[in-house]
Design a protein around this ligand. Sequence first.
Ligand code: IPM
Ligand code: MG
Length: 378
Amino acid sequence: MTTYKLFLLAGDGIGPEVMAEVEKIIRHFASEGVAKFEIEKGLVGGSAYDAHGAAISDADVKRAADADAVMFGAVGGPKWDGVPYDVRPESGLLRLRKDLGLYANLRPAICYPALAAASSLKREVVEGLDIMIVRELTGGVYFGEPKQIIDLGNGQKRAIDTQVYDTYEIERIGRVAFDLAKRRGNKVTSADKRNVMKSGVLWNEVMTALHAREYPDVKLEHQLADALGMQLVRWPKQFDVIVTDNLFGDMLSDVAAMLTGSLGMLPSASLGDADPKTGKRRALYEPVHGSAPDIAGRGMANPIAMIGSFGMALRYSFGLNQAADRLEKAIAEVLAEGLRTADIKSEGSRVVSTAEMGDAIVAELAQQAAESVTDEEN
Ligand code: IPM
Ligand code: MG
């Protein structure tokens, strides 16, 4: 049986609560003999800052790089509002993305039938939705230099962020999007602001050339990023794969999350290139939601985005597609039975705690396993 090394970084706020539920899922799959999981844990965000004055230690970055997959919870909270910018909780996550070369962020937005009513949009707009946002994650304005605030000496200050993209960065994220589209609806929508930004002009040019050269059989469409935001809430089912830069992807994926009912539903995978020798690719899995300090410690957070992120690890890092399918089915089943955390509650549903939701999904997995044994015996 293969052993996979998992590095858990639960972080702050609701991070540890939702991570505890993922541990139940891991233990369950291990008990079934699906694979062996070796688990290590580290600190990130405010909790790392409290422990050693940095948002992640060098040692934990190294352990993350050595793992087969990193499971990441969430970082930040009002407690650390005053800490220096360089060591703010978010910098731990940004360092991991950069140092591990995790340039491809996959954010699937799937609306489970049982949750169509939880979305703020009309049922017919979101029901059956299945789109994939591919966000560039290690470039653009998040990391561009210079990035600073200058004192102009006349009572004024000037803030500078730099939006910068090289051809190779656009090409490699484009390939991820086109490759995914081939296995889905065969359509890519690329979003940029070429009407205002030079980086948008290059983004558009490179996507167009890559498409003509390597993916002529996939349908490519360009939209301006602001218009795409509008289309996402108008008629999201027109999309299959959306590819866009770091900042637009950050914003558009929060919008997409609400199409699925709640920010508590959206998982994500951040992937690097495969190592040419071992075939192994660095990977980090995290929910799209943040640390939600307002509900932290109250046992009411929705663990589904975090659990779904582990599902993505099963699929993209371990190739355990059957286990990933089963986990997705278990989540859909529990929702169909009417179990809801507070964020997705609706009339007639039963509101459960974070732990109860995790337990219900494990119970569903156990039932699937029992049923498949019965099937084999019959
Ligand atoms: C996300 C988050 C992060 C980002 C923050 C926490 C730095 O919003 O993953 O979408 O902006 O990328
Ligand atoms: Mg975000």
